[in-house]
Design a protein around this ligand. Structure first.
Ligand code: ZN
Length: 348
């Protein structure tokens, strides 16, 4: 039996339990929405991270030009207080070729070399002839002339197994031979371009005009040769020539005769032949098959320049340049007065 008072008390108790349960349920729902580590949905629908931030991928470092890359050969010169400033430039501009140029050939051999290319007009024709005749040759290129049209030709020279060497970046005597610094700057530009385009590290070069040309009268010939030799690069002049430059304007037949004759009369068993593959040298392309056939018929082996090739040097007879000797000063017109001055200077 319940009295009215007791019924009211039971009713109040039930209402309180329902209210408390309702509040507790509400708080569980809120907790569910805020689990630690979960992402909170924003108004825009994107997930805002609450723990680790996603880092953007770092930009790859731009690769240094080949001539600026560090190399072991450069370390010694950096510690040499007497080394000239230009020797400390271009830490990657070194050739590590191990040369054995004293291999004397018992039989006659000839290295066909092409200067001033690549050209879009004549280099492909020369490469076709070399391929047909199964001959490997050497190309001394002018990199400043390389453009979209000739870039595949440069790659073809490498792909078909020929030797690639530097002639210059810019075939401009005055600029090139103004100083040792100027020569190195041009060479480094050519070296970097060839490496960028082909992945090929050049080992050899030829002075524009030859080593007895403009470079020899520039006043820094010995310095340039000493520095290039220190860096391991070898230069190659020539002792046979088809006379396809210098305004000779010979016929194709005459050019063939010159080339073959100069190999035949050479006192050396190994000849390095100069030819040109630049624009306007169509006759060289026409002469090449006969030059190759006549040399082959005479039993002469045709080879690309490599580390066993004995270089031809116009100015010096071996790869070590002679020490540069300052020329004697011209005597003054009044020798007595000159002697007096000299004595006076020494006394001071
Ligand atoms: Zn040239």
């Amino acid at each position: 039996m319940f009295c009215k008072k007791n019924r009211m008390a039971v009713w109040s108790l039930c209402l309180s339990v329902v209210l408390l349960w309702g509040l507790a349920g509400c708080s569980f729902s809120q907790k569910d929405q805020t689990e630690p580590g979960s992402a909170v949905q924003t108004d825009t629908g994107s997930a805002a991270p609450t723990t680790e931030a996603i880092q953007p991928e770092p930009e790859p470092e731009p690769a240094l030009p080949a001539s600026q890359q560090e190399s072991d050969q450069h370390a010694a010169v950096m510690e040499d207080p007497d080394a000239p400033a230009y020797a400390k430039e271009y830490p990657g501009l070194y050739s590590d070729a191990v040369r054995e140029p004293n291999v004397l050939h018992e039989e006659k051999v000839c290295y066909l070399t092409f200067d001033d290319g690549p050209s879009s007009t004549n280099t492909p024709g020369i490469l076709d002839v070399l391929k047909q005749e199964n001959v490997k040759a050497t190309f001394f290129v002018v990199t400043g002339e390389i453009n979209e049209e000739t870039q595949p030709v440069l790659q073809r020279i490498v792909d078909e197994g020929h030797t690639l060497c530097i002639h210059a970046n810019e075939h401009a005597y005055g600029k090139l031979y103004a100083s040792t610094e100027a020569y190195l700057a041009d060479f480094a530009e050519a070296y970097d371009k060839i490496y960028d385009l082909t992945g090929y590290r050049v080992q050899g070069f030829r002075f524009p005009g030859g080593s007895n040309g403009q470079v020899n009268s520039s006043g820094c010939y010995h310095e340039i040769v000493t520095e290039m030799t220190r860096r391991g690069f070898e230069y190659y002049d020539w002792n046979a020539y088809d006379h396809d430059a210098e305004g000779g304007n010979y016929s194709v037949e005459q050019m063939v005769q010159f080339a073959v004759h100069e190999v035949n009369i050479s006192s050396r068993n190994d000849t390095i032949m100069l030819l040109h593959d630049t624009y306007g040298k169509e006759k060289t392309v026409q002469a090449l098959p006969s030059i190759i056939r006549q040399l082959k018929d005479a039993g002469i082996q045709l080879l690309p320049i490599d580390n066993t090739t004995r270089p031809v040097h116009f100015y010096v007879s071996d790869s070590t340049p002679p020490e540069y000797v300052e020329p004697e000063p011209e005597p003054e017109s009044e020798p007595a007065a000159q002697e007096e001055t000299a004595e006076g200077s020494a006394a001071a």
